[in-house]
Design a protein around this ligand. Structure first.
Ligand SMILES: C[S@@+](CC[C@H](N)C(=O)[O-])C[C@H]1O[C@@H](n2cnc3c(N)ncnc32)[C@H](O)[C@@H]1O
Length: 270
């Protein structure tokens, strides 16, 4: 089957905002190379100590090492499929370690957790799924309520990259050839997006297509990313009861500059 639409256009985020997280195997496969944040979060969380809350914990990429380090961890995610895969990874750690983990299928815009966490983490651009000011306010209020006084909130989101945002939505980008984890055949991965500058939302399409048509289905997974600017986020954090202790331009603690790809925030609950 050939995919007939190629130009990225906006779509309904309430319907399709999370297609990418319906298949945890594909997610883990597509992001198996992404490791640059792991040491940062492992060291920070290890030094601060638990209990730890991870919001948008996905398949447990960060949470599993924290459990191995002996921390007590609660993971929240909207996708049952992502949580199921996290559950399988946690089970392999053995009963005693697995007993320190709690996984909750919840929307991060509706966190209702008792104030018992020393650290809250929202990693790998998860907050970019908060598409409106109302979503962001509800989320920050929930995180603040879940933290103990003086608790720490750590997160990262992408630093706006104007060259990327302005890419032609009618072209395909980032072509990669890979062996499909379900079908075992060769596939091409490509992507494109449409950026709505008014709402600050990038509507992102990820295409998976077999190199040879006979070798499996073609399909597209879509998700939205709210693009945040540093001053905007700092203002929102302060307005919702957090103090920004540090804002880095990367997981190595470098200063934020025009070329930084990520914004890494270290915040304290006031
Ligand atoms: C980019 S992944 C990050 C997963 C994991 N933290 C990691 O670093 O690999 C974003 C995660 O946020 C979850 N997510 C998206 N919107 C959410 C929402 N409204 N409430 C809770 N989780 C959500 C997705 O299901 C997905 O697992």
């Amino acid at each position: 089957m050939t995919i007939h639409f190629s130009e990225a256009v906006p779509f309904d985020l309430s319907e399709s905002g999370s297609e990418y997280y319906q298949d945890a195997w594909i997610y883990d496969h597509d992001f198996r190379w992404y490791k640059q944040d792991a040491a940062f979060y492992r060291n920070m969380v290890g030094n601060l100590g638990g209990p730890v809350l991870e919001i948008g914990c996905g398949t447990g990429r960060l949470l599993v090492p924290w459990l191995k380090d002996g921390l007590t961890v609660t993971g929240v995610d909207l996708s049952g499929d992502m949580l199921e895969r996290a559950r399988q990874k946690i089970a392999r750690l053995g009963k005693a370690t697995a007993a320190n983990a709690t996984l909750l299928e919840r929307d991060m815009r509706r966190l209702r957790l008792a104030p018992r966490f020393n650290v809250a983490v929202c990693a790998f651009n998860t907050m970019m799924h908060l598409y409106t000011h109302e979503d962001l306010a509800a989320f920050l209020g929930g995180v603040r309520r879940a933290l103990l006084p003086d608790g720490t909130f750590l997160f990262d989101v992408l630093h706006p990259d104007f060259r990327w945002l302005m890419r032609d939505p009618a072209k395909r980008w980032s072509r990669i050839r890979f062996r499909h984890p379900h079908y075992g055949t060769w596939y091409h991965y490509t992507t494109n997006h449409y950026y709505d500058a008014h709402d600050q939302i990038a509507y992102i399409y990820v295409y998976h297509e077999p190199v040879d048509e006979k070798d499996g289905p073609s399909y597209v997974l879509r998700f939205g990313h709210r693009i945040f600017f540093p001053q905007e986020l700092t203002y929102q954090l302060e307005a919702h009861g957090f103090e920004v202790e540090n804002l880095f331009g990367g997981f190595d603690g470098s200063d934020l500059d025009l070329y930084s790809t990520s914004m890494v925030f270290i915040c304290r609950r006031r």
